[in-house]
Design a protein around this ligand. Structure first.
Ligand code: TMP
Length: 202
């Protein structure tokens, strides 16, 4: 049975979510809360191997193969890392989760959303985030932040990332009680304040 809290952080590459996860973890540790910062893909072990393939494989990767690799990483992550941490009462702060597959492989690559939803359900075995924060930013700014040295996913192009961004906004609209959107073009400390406000409402 889940005792901890599960919070996921989402957005296009370069949206600044990793900085915000670290700031929230600092805030929670000052409150004496036990947290686990983790990520998808590639939290550790087998996941790191899958991440290496997903981000750096130089040849063709079909959208279905890409989806299954992200989902395989998720299944391992949920079973071996997230569930045990939640059962131990920790607050799990997860950099990307199910909504990344919906936004990137669904809205971005064009795989049917229903299929992704179904496969996500299998991968997480019934576990859902208590809160998901989407850091929304325009694609040009986020691409500039990523810089010139792009990995396989980051090199997917402006049109792809516009579909991903709009996908996230659509996901937020359809899941309004779980998914909250924060303007990620704001100052870091203002964004942090909004993240803490959302946490405090849980
Ligand atoms: P990161 O750089 O934020 O760690 O994310 C790795 C990349 O993988 C990022 O470009 C988003 C992408 N991704 C997907 O396309 N689908 C997924 O399900 C996940 C978890 C990540």
């Amino acid at each position: 049975m889940q005792k901890g809290l599960f919070i996921t952080f989402e957005g296009v590459d370069g949206c600044g979510k990793t900085t915000q996860i670290e700031l929230l973890a600092e805030y929670l540790s000052l409150q004496g809360k036990e947290t686990l910062i983790t990520r998808e893909p590639g939290a550790r072990g087998l996941g790191e191997k899958l991440r290496e393939i997903l981000l750096n494989y130089p040849g063709e990767v079909s959208p279905n193969c890409e989806s299954f690799l992200f989902l395989a990483d998720r299944a391992q992550h949920i079973d071996c890392i997230i569930k045990p941490a939640l059962e131990a009462g920790k607050i799990v702060l997860c950099d990307r989760h199910t909504d990344s597959t919906l936004a990137y492989q669904g809205y971005g690559r064009g795989i049917e959303l229903e299929k992704i939803n179904y496969l996500n359900e299998i991968a997480v075995s019934g576990l859902k985030p208590d809160l998901t924060i989407v850091f929304d930013i325009d694609v040009e700014t986020s691409q500039n932040r990523v810089g010139k040295n792009k990995d396989r996913m980051e090199a997917s192009g402006i049109e792809f990332f516009n579909r991903v961004r709009n996908g996230y906004l659509d996901i937020a609209q359809k899941n309004a009680s779980r998914v909250k959107v924060i303007d990620a073009s704001d100052r870091i400390e203002n964004i942090h304040r909004k993240v803490v406000e959302l946490y405090c409402r849980l």
